[in-house]
Design a protein around this ligand. Structure first.
Ligand SMILES: [Fe+2]
Ligand SMILES: [Fe+2]
Length: 179
């Protein structure tokens, strides 16, 4: 039984958004339409705050991480403090992006978007390759069933299908603006 497969799917959409955001930063530095990223930044911030930090991080912080802390699951080392501090650092960069957008400050917006992207990409690599394999091998089958039920509650509360549809559609729109 796998309890990290869906989280890894979510990582794939997050990574697509990070790559696209980096393309917007590059575009704003090399093209005449320098304000395009300022115009579209709210869409990226919305994805970061709703899909990544509310939906995905709730499943990690409120569910998966809780089961990883059960006795005997993390026998060699505990990466959870680092994972939580990465999430926190991401929130700081996101707030900086919001402030920069409110001030029409493209340079600060770009700097924090790049810092956010780098932090999250490294974080996702650590989860996909270290933390999630630990979860798959360490969490008991009984706990995995209970864990899945807790995921389902979050997915129902936030309407999984609606949130995926909304942000996949938004991705296509954002991508088409760069063509
Ligand atoms: Fe995470
Ligand atoms: Fe994650």
């Amino acid at each position: 039984m796998q309890v990290t497969h869906e989280l890894m799917n979510e990582h794939q959409l997050i990574l697509k958004y990070l790559d696209l955001m980096e393309r917007y930063v590059e575009f704003s530095q090399t093209n005449d339409n320098k304000d395009l990223f300022l115009q579209k930044a709210q869409d990226f911030i919305s994805f970061v705050q709703i899909f990544t930090d509310t939906y995905h991080h709730a499943k990690e912080e409120d569910v998966l991480f809780k089961y990883l802390q059960a006795p005997g699951v993390l026998s060699h080392c505990n990466p959870l403090p680092v994972m939580l501090s990465d999430h926190e650092q991401g929130r700081v960069y996101t707030q900086n992006m919001k402030d920069a957008l409110a001030n029409n400050d493209l340079k600060t917006l770009c700097d924090n978007a790049c810092a956010y992207s780098q932090t999250l990409k490294q974080h996702i690599f650590k989860e996909d390759n270290i933390l999630y394999p630990m979860a798959e091998s360490g969490i008991s089958d009984d706990d995995k069933i209970a864990l899945e039920n807790e995921y389902r509650q979050i997915e129902e509360k936030m309407d999984k299908q609606a949130i995926w549809n909304e942000y996949e559609e938004q991705y296509s729109e954002l991508e088409s603006c760069l063509d």
